[in-house]
Design a binder for this molecule. Structure first.
Ligand code: FAD
Ligand code: NAD
Length: 160
């Protein structure tokens, strides 16, 4: 099957946007990701899916920690920075939660320890046990059909 058809189909699944952060030997690395899912309530587990060509892969394999930062509607530029879509190098200031680097102003900062990893095709799924969570009350940044959106642009569904 054609890659474009697959991506077009997957792009129909509207998601939020996260930046995954980790730290190795004092260096913070971030990567934009929308392949994120809640897995289990007891214990509290999440999963992120990292492509085999991403620098982030070796970093998480070595650090065994990552944080999921769910971006706010006003953080599209950060998504583009951490997806490598901004040419010039930008300085990003990180906050700390549980000693881990996290993105300031995110809707949610979720710190995790890697408890399992599964190589599936050209991605690795990292299962993270949640160690701490910090929430802020902002609207989220959305991604649909390969484009950024916000809740403000969407019509509200009528409640039954
Ligand atoms: P690089 O490409 O080297 O780094 C990413 C960018 O972040 C670079 O520009 C770098 O300068 C910057 N950066 C990193 N750390 C810092 C720092 N400390 N301070 C300032 N800047 C920094 N890929 C996946 O594997 N899984 C996904 O779920 C996924 N979802 C995506 C969703 C969206 C909406 C988009 C746009 C992209 C997604 N990608 C996903 C693709 C992924 O974000 C890019 O391929 C990314 O460039 C891979 O990052 P990397 O780890 O290879 O690092
Ligand atoms: P797009 O049309 O490439 O992506 C639409 C959807 O297809 C994504 O939301 C994702 O679900 C899926 N997808 C895209 N690339 C994939 C990949 N390499 N592996 C698995 N699933 C993938 O949207 P876009 O705006 O062109 O994306 C920007 C860039 O970010 C592209 O280079 C894309 O490959 C990458 N991206 C990668 C992933 C991922 O690796 N899981 C997810 C989203 C975007």
């Amino acid at each position: 099957m054609d890659d474009r058809k697959f991506r077009n189909a997957m792009g129909k699944f509207a998601t939020g946007v996260t930046v995954i952060t980790t730290e190795l030997e004092g260096e913070v690395h971030g990567m934009t990701a929308n392949a994120f899912m809640s897995v289990s309530l007891d214990p509290k587990l999440v999963v992120v899916s990292i492509g085999q060509k991403a620098q982030m892969l070796e970093k998480i394999k070595a650090s065994r920690i990552f944080a999921v930062n769910i971006l706010a509607a006003n953080q599209q530029e950060l998504s583009q920075i951490f997806a490598g879509q901004v040419k010039e190098k930008k300085e990003v200031d990180f906050d700390r939660l549980e000693g881990q680097p996290v993105i300031k102003g995110a809707v949610a900062q979720i710190t995790c320890e890697v408890v399992n990893e599964h190589v599936e095709g050209d991605h690795t799924l990292f299962i993270g046990k949640v160690t701490n969570i910090y929430l802020e009350d902002h609207d989220p940044l959305l991604f649909f059909n390969g484009q950024y959106r916000s809740l403000l642009q969407q019509e509200k569904l009528v409640q039954p």
